[in-house]
Design a protein around this ligand. Sequence first.
Ligand code: ZN
Length: 261
Amino acid sequence: EMVSDRRVTPDGVAVNTVLSACSHAGLVEEALRVYSDLVAGRYGAVAPDIQHQTCVVDALGRAGRLDEAEQFIDTISRPSEVTWRTLLGACRIHGDVARAERAVARLRKLAPRDAPTRVLMANVYAAAGQWEERDLERKNMDQAGVRKRPGKSWLVVDGTRHVFTVEDKRHPRIEEIRAELAVLGQRMKAAGFVPNTSVVLRSMADEEAKECHLCHHSERLAITFGLMSTPPGTTIRVFKNLRVCPDCHEATKFIARLTGR
Ligand code: ZN
């Protein structure tokens, strides 16, 4: 509409937003079309930049078109760290270990001591069930002195900030929270929620233990505490220092629907 409406002109951010929306909605063909329009100069003075290109990599990668995503990167004159990390993230989702290793090799040249890269690679191994490789990656991280920031989620209730970590043991009401979360877990299951156990980053033998572990990611503890300690219908606003794992992302949608929060 911005292109056909002569009163406004899209800028680089507008195009980036459209590409990102396409990527998240799984509209790969639309993303590719927008990008080729961009290259063809259909958006006025906006020239393709690395952020647009990374969005295309993301769209292809999320959709599992990893060959095309990697080939696309080869056409970019200067892929950034974020570009490679985007491919690496897609490799984790789709369990492509060999391609992830290639992406990591490129990333190491750009950012040798990058903690997120190593954590992501360890996660790729974990998701593929390659625990020995995962442990080795973790060991290398320790030896290189690369620290992973611990994941935390927090919310403010009645003016007090409540902070949660994975498998939290410090919160004074943690037992109650865990019990409440277990009940919620049953309701979610009944509503059709299927835990994505491939994202669990520990080698656990049985599926039940994996599910149990997943249930105690910090954001779920924070959300459950929010449900317990605020009146029905109140908006629960949880903050987080890292990205939400795919399973908690999906679980949050279920919880929101089930509780009307
Ligand atoms: Zn999670």
